[in-house]
Design a protein around this ligand. Structure first.
Ligand code: ASP
Ligand code: MG
Length: 408
């Protein structure tokens, strides 16, 4: 929706879908960089930004898009009506700038559809239980779309973006990355959780919880993209499925190390409770075995929260008698994600071997049942992503498959 031509192209596509006998509800995001521009304007006016006023400001972006799209649709003879999040009853909690959806009423959407109209809804926004306008966090239009699709029992939620689907790696780092035809919800959840920007994490959680299939595709080409759905709805996993679905990198975190902490009960609790109380999202945590009753604790936090985290950690470090606090912003997290890991042992070991062969030092490790993540130096990030993509057979061509079981 970046410019008038793009809005007209979207209108044409909506008309096409509508004329093929579908009821269509469109959720729009703000035009191009307009949300960023609104945030810059706020920054230029004051460093103190009340959440309520930021939400009043940021919801304006989607309002512009929704009305312009309806105007473009009127121009090609399609009867359309736009609504804000509040008008369609997207009810959220009261946390400004990152509100959670509690309920979608959708009555006005149903009525307008019944009257034969195309419905255009402003994404990324709702109205709180206190009747205030709220926003759902950056990328929140995805969440609006999935939530509406669930509430309206839609056949599919198509998410149009600037890439043609979900790839095995970021094509800017790995030119041989391939578009995935399908992914399971849990894989997409892990990918979004470790830094993939294709879909907002919340939207995938919502889709999984309400079993809404998502089709991620490009609004520039209309080619088939990536289906994100329940494993069962696509006939279940097969032996030929790749063990690894993708490699994801994230350079948005910093590492903090508290050095020579006394090794006794309550130290981690004191440290992380204070960070949690400040709403700082701690990701990976590593504590070393102690030597002479002292240990080191390292953890990662979003770079954006680093300043706040530093103040808290410096204060707590004094209280708990730690020797020093260091921090390293030049790190990156590299993750392998794949549902096939559940049945294919040795993935972590193979990952570490590949990294070692490429001279990449590992600072931290964490795993889930379908993911292995490592923290490496930022300067090693691209080497690590490319090496892993090749080693696990993800480069365009054949995928790395689970070895067939021995025949008895
Ligand atoms: N316009 C909002 C943002 O830039 C919501 C979205 O794009 O999904 O984050
Ligand atoms: Mg978006």
């Amino acid at each position: 929706m970046a410019d008038p031509d793009r809005i007209k192209a979207v209108a044409d596509h909506v008309a096409f879908t509508r004329n093929h006998g579908n009821d269509v509800v469109v959720v729009v995001s703000a035009m191009g960089k307009s949300t960023d521009n609104l945030i810059s304007l706020a920054n230029a006016v004051s460093g103190i930004q009340p959440g309520r006023e930021m939400d009043m400001l940021l919801t304006a972006g989607e309002r512009i898009s929704m009305s312009l799209l309806c105007i473009a649709l009127a121009g090609i003879g399609i009867d359309a009506v736009s609504f804000t999040g509040s008008q369609v009853g997207i009810i959220t909690d009261t946390v400004h700038t990152k509100a959670k959806i509690l309920e979608v009423k959708g009555d006005r959407v149903r009525d307008a559809l019944a009257a034969g109209k195309v419905v255009v809804v402003a994404g990324f926004q709702g109205v709180s239980t206190d009747s205030e306008v709220t926003t759902l966090g950056r990328g929140g239009s995805d969440t609006t779309a999935v939530a509406l699709a669930a509430a309206l029992d839609a056949d599919v939620c198509e998410i149009y973006t600037d890439v043609t689907g979900v790839f095995t790696a970021d094509p800017r780092i790995v030119p041989q990355a391939r578009k995935l035809a399908r992914l399971q919800f849990e894989e997409m959840l892990e990918m979004a959780g470790v830094g993939s920007k294709v879909l907002a994490l919340r939207s995938v959680e919502f889709a999984r919880n309400h079993n809404v299939p998502i089709h991620v595709r490009s609004s520039f080409t209309w080619e088939h993209g990536t289906w994100v759905a329940n494993e069962a709805s696509e006939g279940g996993a097969t032996m030929e499925d790749p063990v690894i679905s993708g490699v994801v990198q994230d350079a948005s975190e910093s590492k903090v190390t508290v050095i020579a902490v006394p090794d006794r009960p309550g130290i981690s609790a004191a440290l992380f409770e204070n960070l949690a109380n400040a709403n700082i999202n701690v990701d990976m945590i590593v504590q070393n075995t102690s030597k002479d009753g002292l240990t080191d604790i390292s953890f990662t936090v979003p770079k954006a929260d680093m300043r706040a985290a530093e103040d808290i950690v410096a204060r707590v470090a004094v209280e708990i008698g730690a020797q020093a606090v260091t921090h390293d912003a030049d790190i990156a997290k590299v993750s392998l994600v794949g549902a096939g890991m559940k049945t294919s042992p040795g993935i972590a070991a193979r990952m570490f071997r590949v990294l070692a062969d490429n001279n990449v030092n590992i600072h931290m490790i964490s795993t889930s049942t379908i993911r292995v993540s490592v923290v490496v130096s930022l300067s090693d990030m691209e080497t690590a992503v490319r090496a892993l993509h090749t080693a696990f057979g993800l480069d365009s061509g054949t995928a790395y498959s689970a070895p067939l079981p021995e025949r008895k």
